[in-house]
Structure formats: C-alpha cells, structure tokens
Design a protein around this ligand. Sequence first.
Ligand SMILES: Cc1cc2nc3c(=O)[nH]c(=O)nc-3n(C[C@H](O)[C@H](O)[C@H](O)COP(=O)(O)O)c2cc1C
Length: 403
Amino acid sequence: MTRPPETRRDETPRDETRRDETPRQHLDRLWARGRALLGTDTAIMGGAMSWVSERTLVAAISNAGGFGVLACGSMGPDLLAAEIEATQALTDRPFGVNLITMHPELDALVDVCLARSVGHVVLAGGLPAGATIRRLKDGGARVLCFAPATALARKLIRLGVDGLIIEGAEAGGHIGPVSTSVLAQEILPAVGAEIPVFVAGGIGRGEAIVSYLEMGASGVQLGTHFVCATESIAHPAFKAAFIKASARDAVPSVQLDQRFPVIPVRALRNKATERFMAAQQEAIDRFRAGAIDQKAAQLEIEHFWAGALRRAVIDGDVESGSLMAGQSVGLVKEEQPTQAIIDTLIAQAEATLAARAGVAGEPARPDAAAPEARPAARPEARPEARPGVAGAAAPAATADPVP
Ligand SMILES: Cc1cc2nc3c(=O)[nH]c(=O)nc-3n(C[C@H](O)[C@H](O)[C@H](O)COP(=O)(O)O)c2cc1C
C-alpha cells in the first residue's frame, strides 16, 4: 500500500466555481486536503463498522475511489493481521484500520498495523494516549482521531494527529450528545484550516457533502449508507431491516436510572430495545431490594448487549440482536454496488455545485438546476461555449437513482 504525499494547505477560495472548472474540479478543490491525506480519488471515508467493515466491503469502498476502514473491534492481533493481509490482496488502493483505544491488546494491534505498512489508523473509543499516536506516526502511519469538542480537537492537534473526524449524534453505533450540524459549526471554523476534518453522522446525499465541505471540512465519513452495499457481508435480514426503516426508527439507547449509566448507541428499534428497558428495570429493582450490589447491577445492564451486534449482522437475528444504524438509514432504499453508491453521491455533489454556479449566473450545465431557479445565462456562460464544462455533471434528473 503506498502512503500518500504530505498534505498542504489549499489557499484557493473554496466557495466559488471558477469559470474554467467543471463541477468535479470544483469538488476536487473543496476536498483536496482530504484526498491528499487519504491518497484517494474522493474524500469519502467508509466509517469502520464492527462486523460489517471487513475485507470485502473495505476493499470495495477503496476500489470505488473512497477510503475503506477495517473495523478491528474486539479482534485479537492474529485475526487483525489476517484481515489486513486479505484486504491488501483485494485492493492496492489506500485503506485504514480502526482500533478501539480501550482494547486490552492495543499495543500489539498497533504493531500488527505497522508491520503490514497500514497507511492510516483511526483511533476510536476515547482520547488516545500521546504515546500511541507517537508510535503510529514514528512507524510511518497517518493517525486520525474523533474530536467530540473544540478543546479536544486542539489537544489532538497538539498530540500530532494528521486528521480529525467529528461525528454527530445522528450517526449509527456509539454516539455523543451533539448533532453533526452543531459540531460542524463549532469545530470547523476553529480548526478546519489547521488540519483536515472529516464530518460524519447523518450524511446520505451529495448535497450534504458539499455543504460540509463548504463549511470547511476536508471530507466526510459515512457508515450507515454502506451497510446495504452489495459487497457488504451483512446478513440479508439486517439489510432488509435497513431498507424498510425510516429515519425515526434509528433511536438512541435509553438510560432508566442516573446511577446506572448506559452507553448511548443509536440503533433501529426492535424487540431487544424493549427487552433492554425491562432488563434495566429488573436490575435496578433487585439492587433496590438489596438482592445485588450496584456493581453487579451495572454489570447485568452492560452484559445485555454482549454479542448483540454480531447476532444481528452475521446471524441475521434482527429481533434479539443490535441493529446499529444512523438516522440516514431512512435514505437507504435498496441494495446497491459500492461503486454505484459512491457514484451517486458524487453525481449529487456535482449537480449541487453545477446548480449553484447556475444561480450565480454561471451554469455549469443547463439541466443541473431547475430552469426557474436560474437567471438567463450570459452567452459566454453557456456550457457549449466553455470547453470541458458540458457533460461534466450528470443531469439532475438522472443524477439520483435513489427513489
Ligand atoms: C453497524 C455500525 C457499527 C459501527 N461500528 C463502529 C466501530 O466499530 N468503530 C467506530 O469507530 N465507529 C463505528 N461505527 C460508526 C461509523 O464508523 C461511522 O462513523 C458512522 O456510521 C457515521 O455516521 P452514519 O451512520 O450516519 O453514516 C459504526 C456504525 C454502525 C452503523
């Protein structure tokens, strides 16, 4: 796997389409720093999803021009080594590995990544130790971390990370309390010029990608949107649940008692969601009655979801398993090849930029925006008068095959 060149700051104004550039060139300018950091055609990261983001999907995302990220989850060093090697056999494009910082064998997992020349490691699950970041960087890997607030973003920059991911509460899986839109407004103006920042949580269309890039992001990370990729090994029943669900079905876990914390996880509501409430209540009642101590009650609550994601993703047990999903699940309508998913996002982003140019009197393509939304084009702005522009963006009517 080749490591990408050092990233440079893009001094070009981001918010205007130049006369001589196509929507794709504009998009590439917007996410230039993200692409340079990842070494990819697009700055779309396929966020690591435990059990879902294995070799096949990760390689498919990278081969389609995105950046796949292997989910290490609870794998030990040997399993991770085998998974990295299998992914390298399926793609020669860059991909990353997601390590959970509280993994008991974190150091060994870092060694496994470095020994196999993994170009990028995403550290998740809490603030990483400076020593872990340094060891990865000294070993030649780029390091990306999640920043849940500006102060922590600054701290991670001081610790030497190469990129940040900000993930809002709309996302699937473990979540923080703040929405993507608010995190973006808080963190992008503060550090977006200093370091490439990738926005995650709730993204399912190219329009949203463009808007975060225009706010100062260097790229995006999507998880939920890739679950139903044809190459995803998720069980057909898991995919069917995604395709059926609407945004409001993806709900955060509920905590019944302040004394017994529940890690917030966003997942599709199912029988297990209801049973979890009952299980919490039962543990709390037994604690109140003096039958068990607080620690034992807490453990009972925590054990409820043990193995539940695997049961749903791999075994297809969508009733007693955990159906981790983000709110953008409502935008997932069918199983589609990974390449088609990425192409659709790009076409939507290009059509957005083409339409903006049209609104500004510089239509990049006549059919990219509703005619009534655009002023009459000046002769020199007509696409046919500008080499390289006509045909650059897919027409709006066909850019979005998602019904
Ligand atoms: C089923 C599932 C499992 C996930 N597992 C992980 C994980 O193991 N590590 C991690 O850092 N993020 C995990 N995530 C979060 C994703 O990497 C990604 O950041 C998130 O899905 C982006 O938001 P979206 O779901 O709105 O697209 C998971 C998400 C889902 C839906």
